[in-house]
Each structure stands twice: as C-alpha cells, then as structure tokens.
Design a binder for this molecule. Sequence first.
Ligand code: F6P
Length: 376
Amino acid sequence: MKPIEKIGILTGGGDCSGLNAVIAGITKAAINKYNLEVIGYVKGYSGLYDNDFIELNTDTVSGIQHRGGTLLKSSNKDNLFNYRVQKPDGSYANEDVSDVAIENMKKEGVDALIVIGGDGTLTSARDFKRKGVPVVGVPKTIDNDLPATDVTFGYNTALEAIVDGLDKIHTTAYSHDRVMVVEVMGRHTGWLALEGGLSGSADVILIPEIPYDLSYVVEKVKQRDRTGKNFSVIVVSEGAKEKDGAVHVERVVEDSADSVRLGGIGRKITDDLEQMIDNHEVRYTNLSYLQRGGKASQFDRMLGVRYGVSALDLLMQGGAGKMVRYRGRDITSVPLEDVVGSGDTGETSEGGAKYVDPDGQMVQAAKGIGINFGDE
Ligand code: F6P
C-alpha cells in the first residue's frame, strides 16, 4: 500500500470547545513528526463531497488551541451515505454519494482521513473504512455519552459553563425567593445535568435515567422553605422525562444522522410547577448553546491535543479503522466497528449509549447531600 504522505481532517456534528486543540495537535505533529501534508475539509463531510478544503500548516493552526468552535466549521446534516442532492429537474432526493468523496480524495492525493465527531460522524467514518478508506476517529461531544471512552473533549468546558451559570442563577434566586429551573443539554443521558448540578449546588437534578414525579420536587422546595432557604435551583437535562412520560422533542431534522433534537422540557416543568407552588415565583433559563461555546478549559485543551497527536500516531502505525479513547489517564484505541451506532435510540453495538447509573456513586453522593432527583 502507498505510504501516507497527505492527510485530510474534518470536524462533524455539533461543535464544542476543544475541537481546535485537536486540529492543532494533529497538524503540528503531522509536520513535526512525520513531514506530512495536511488539509482540512470545510463543514464536515460536505466539504469532502464538494472538495472544499483549506491547507493546514503551522501558520494556519497557530494560536487556535484555546479557541472555541472549529476552524474548519462543522455540520450535523451531512451523512454522505444518505445525502440530500438536487436532481437535474430541480427536485431533491437522498443518495449514497460516498464514491464522490473518495474520488475527491484521490484527486487531491489525500491518503487517509482523521475524522473528529460524535456518533453520527463516527458512524460515517466506519462506513468509509468499510469502503477501504484509511480513517481514524476522535470522539467529541459535550454529552459524554460514548461508552467506549471515559471522557470526550468538550464535556469539561460545558460543565464549566453550567457551573458558572448556576453560580449566577443562585444569587438571583436568593434575592427574589424564587424557584429557578435551569435546562442543560445531554441528549438521552444525564451526565451534564448530574455532574454540573452536583458541582453547582443544585437542589434538584432531573435526568433521563431517573424519571421524575414533580410532587417530590415540590416537597423538596417546601422542605427548604421550612429551614429558611426560601429559594431552590432545579437543573433539568433536556432528555428528562416524567414517570410514564415521553421525552420532549423540539424538532426533527430529517437530513441529519441524529435527526431528533431535544429541548424545552424545562419550560414545561416551569409551567407545571407554577400550578403546584403558590408561595414562590418560578422562572426558567435554558443554558443552551452557551454550553458549546467559549474558550476551552485547561482539561479540554490538554485532552484535545493528546487526542490529536495520538490519532495521528495510530494512523501512521497501521491503526486505521480505529478510534482513540481515554481510559484512566491513558489514550488507547478501539475499532470503530465496536463503538458507533447510537443515533437517536441510544443503541450501539457495545450495547447502548453510556448512561448514568441511578445506583452509581455520583447519584448516591448527590443524594447523600440532600439533592432530590424527583423519585422519592
Ligand atoms: O450532541 C451535542 C448537542 O449539543 C446535544 O447536547 C444537543 O441535544 C444537540 O447537540 C443540539 O444540536 P443542534 O446543534 O442541532 O441544535
């Protein structure tokens, strides 16, 4: 097989802080250690389809390690195995256009890809690998719901944003004796709400893994009133659901690999609590995209660079078809075939997304200090 002399990088799915650290890590190591040429496809896989790329070198990646977002831009609607294309008669249809992408790689002399993204992006990486493209994956998501890795980059910065938001919410909650409902992201898992809420001194945390009954939440608010704490802060994961209830779907994005977008459950909980509590005003804040932006935390800068350099080493040492992962404090790797496919359902070949264990240490620690989960 031809030796690897030129690589392409792309970032897919929702953005998060730390993406630029990965891009910088790969590019600098590619030049310093292996003397490779590097290009970055613009807007994820659609850049690969349109052959839209920029050259990456030590100048283009200089000073980006801490910056939020992605230098290469991103898209979460670009599954080239089921891509929306315009037909000559002006109509649209979904088609497998992966061969166009492979032709574009050949045309530019790109020998291999490093793909940075969450489940949808890594699923496409696996499908390109099945077609013979040498590809290595890097796991990204603020949700931290990929089972094959202890932690994804972007998660830590999102937690910092949640804790910062909760610190601010506390002062206004106290001043007005209010009940404050704060919605956070996380898709079908409650990691952001749990770890963010625990660190940010929430009184109630509602997560998908523990369906809630609001009467317990009201009881918790009353109990705080009795001890003179006349305000309460409730953190709600976007995927939280009532006992016997369903998740709150905000919209469905048909041409996305992860088509279901959650959001808005915090508004519903606020409306419901207003009917159930008469001695406090109830207010709602959705931290939303504030969790995805901003400069990367120290941890995500470190993890991003390490992921980038390790992904490149893996590729150069014959590890195509794998994804780097963080286990303990080391970066190891795992076949893409074993880790992808959670999509909207939470099902993966490893047996499901990485869910919070309701009996696990983190939930028990939170319960131990009196945080209520709406279940008792
Ligand atoms: O997976 C990352 C994430 O930020 C989720 O937490 C959230 O549900 C989703 O992406 C939002 O996606 P979009 O950028 O399409 O609104």
